[in-house]
Design a protein around this ligand. Structure first.
Ligand SMILES: N[C@@H](CCC(=O)N[C@@H](CS)C(=O)NCC(=O)O)C(=O)O
Length: 207
């Protein structure tokens, strides 16, 4: 299995999940900062030009964060990374979809890639501010809707926590400089205490 990742990108969450599972896997750096994701070598792997992409042992490639996470968790049931009970699994998918399908692309992508949304260069500051305001609202919602204890789901640690983690890292990072709601601040600290998270951060040069 091989994970195509860019340091600190949303692929960090999938990296965490692979470390949690603990089976051997390879990593292939594809920097989105220098545009390596748009080179023909990577487009041959993922024509969408996005990380994460996961090449499985049969050579086939999975894309889309929630799907990769779901597939990894379901194909490694002993790792306990997704609830077994149907309603709890549904809620896990619901959170992953919100984090990866709303919080990431509508909030943080506006801050990190304003050019994708702005009318022209002058409009970029407005787009960044809009992204930050949206992201703050999204994270407040996560905190308000929190039903778990230390982890996002009441059923315990799951792949949804890895999705929240990469968002939290972005929120406190240089490019966003946001204050996390207390619940998420505690969650980020708990995540950073997990050996699998420490390993993933170290391997990506982020710890
Ligand atoms: N819908 C995709 C989005 C993945 C995505 O946007 N990845 C970003 C990194 S966080 C990326 O590869 N960006 C490169 C680009 O847009 O040029 C998913 O959920 O996996």
């Amino acid at each position: 299995m091989k994970l195509f990742y860019s340091p600190g990108a949303c692929s960090l969450g999938i990296h965490v999940i692979l470390e949690e599972i603990g089976k051997p896997f390879e990593t292939q750096l594809v920097s989105t900062r220098d545009g390596s994701n748009r080179k023909p070598e990577f487009l041959a792997v993922n024509p969408k030009a996005k990380v994460p992409a996961l090449q499985r042992d049969d050579g086939s490639v999975l894309t889309e964060w929630p799907v990769i996470a779901w597939w990894l968790a379901k194909s490694n049931p002993m790792s306990g990374l997704i609830p077994i009970e149907f309603e709890a699994e549904t809620r896990c998918l619901e959170w992953m979809d919100y984090l990866c399908g709303t919080v990431h692309p509508q909030g943080f992508t506006r801050m990190f890639r304003p050019g994708n949304f702005a009318r022209d260069a002058e409009d970029e500051e407005r787009v960044k501010a809009q992204g930050k305001a949206l992201a703050e609202g999204f994270l407040e919602l996560v905190a308000r809707q929190w039903k778990g204890g230390d982890w996002l789901l009441p059923s315990g640690y799951s792949v949804a926590d890895a999705a929240l983690f990469f968002i939290e890292e972005w929120a406190v990072g240089e490019r966003a400089r946001m204050e996390l709601p207390p619940k998420l601040k505690a969650h980020r600290a708990a995540m950073r205490n997990r050996p699998a998270v420490e390993r993933a951060l170290k391997k990506e040069g982020l710890s």
